[in-house]
Write a protein that binds this ligand. Structure first.
Ligand SMILES: [Zn+2]
Length: 290
């Protein structure tokens, strides 16, 4: 975690003064973990927060996880963190590709019922990049009129697919600092090596590559999300280098960046087919770089 991000969260926990909403962005697992720790810390009565010893920490500690279902058929829309009445957790249902509007509505209702012991409440929405458009609009209502003594925490891998109106109402916490460029992250090394080969690849090779993102949509969409993230970071770096040379022309790489942005949106908000999105992205990067 970048030290600034850590300080910001730690200060809030120490002072007990919270913003009504936070947007924690970073790699999937670290973002979820930071959100979980922050939520548990917010209701902890000990120190450091979470202390793991006080009654609150015992209640918010690990339990067997109930699988969620965005349609409410095979599981609930949301769950508590541990069995702590003041802590809520929303994520994509086990068989859903998106966080669905009914989950946001259920959260909204839960937050309007005054439950728990009257203390501060925290609701985490993990996988926030998978909130579809209508779910985001529902969330916007909660952000616009936050229930008293309540903090919302969105954990997301990327905020690209989130509405500007949602982003602007959140205190931003970026777990990746400059040194944490995704191009330097070891978990992306393999995909990055392939991305670097895009300019010299033949079209049929790129189409075959996109063909790898068939099958289980949730899995494929995650892999394509990583691909888009890396393509974008790599292109951005090329553009930054290019503008420093006297005869630069960055129109084509910039056009490719715009296409990638579009790809991320259609993947996250419009439920687009991951293989099709990958195809469009790979060809755009190929065209964008000589
Ligand atoms: Zn505690």
């Amino acid at each position: 975690m970048s030290s600034n991000a850590r300080k910001l969260l730690a200060r809030a926990l120490e002072s007990g003064r919270f913003h009504s909403a936070y947007l924690i962005s970073g790699a999937a697992e670290p973002a979820r973990e930071a959100a979980l720790e922050f939520a548990r810390g917010a209701v902890c009565q000990g120190s450091p927060k979470p202390c793991e010893n006080c009654p609150s920490c015992q209640r918010s500690g690990p339990r067997e996880l109930i699988k969620l279902d965005g349609k409410g058929e095979k599981g609930p829309f949301l769950r508590h963190i541990g069995d702590h009445a003041d802590l809520f957790w929303v994520e994509r249902g086990a068989t859903n590709t998106r966080v669905l509007i009914d989950q946001v509505r259920a959260l909204q209702q839960a937050l309007h019922r005054r439950g728990g012991d009257g203390g501060h409440r925290v609701a985490v929405i993990a996988d926030a990049q998978w909130l579809n458009h209508e779910a985001q609009n529902a969330l916007l209502h909660v952000l616009e009129e936050p229930p008293p003594a309540t903090t919302l925490v969105l954990a997301t891998e990327t905020s690209a697919g989130l509405l500007a109106t949602v982003r602007s109402r959140c205190q931003k916490v970026a777990l990746r600092d400059e040194a944490g460029d995704p191009l330097d992250a070891p978990e992306h090394a393999e995909t990055l090596a392939r991305v670097e080969g895009i300019p010299t690849a033949k079209i049929p090779e790129l189409l075959a590559w996109a063909g790898e993102y068939r099958g289980n949509r949730a899995k494929a969409a995650e892999a394509v999300e990583e691909l888009l993230l890396l393509c974008n970071a790599w292109l951005s770096r090329r553009i930054t280098q290019a503008v420093q040379s006297p005869d630069h022309d960055v129109r084509r790489p910039l056009a490719a960046c715009r296409t990638l942005f579009d790809c991320r949106k259609s993947l996250a908000q419009r439920n687009a087919n991951p293989q099709m999105v990958a195809e469009r992205a790979l060809l755009a990067v190929h065209r964008g770089i000589d």
